[in-house]
Design a protein around this ligand. Structure first.
Ligand SMILES: [Zn+2]
Length: 65
């Protein structure tokens, strides 16, 4: 009983490590890393910009990062 529990724990830990490694690889290989995907509110007109760092309404450029 103790052995199978240990085995399951090891498998779960290996799975978590693999998921983390895949996530890190995706971040490193992301071709759109320069394109901000975070939503932000334009301070000029209040429009919620969903993609990019430039407001499509008034042209305000959000380069705070
Ligand atoms: Zn704006």
């Amino acid at each position: 009983m103790g052995y199978s529990l240990l085995l399951i724990s090891i498998i779960i830990i290996i799975l978590i490590i693999m998921v983390v490694l895949v996530g890190v690889q995706r971040i490193k290989n992301d071709p759109y890393k320069d394109l901000s995907l975070d939503e932000w509110n334009c301070p000029e007109c209040g429009f919620l910009v969903q993609v990019g760092s430039k407001c499509i309404y008034c042209g305000y450029n959000n380069n705070s990062k």
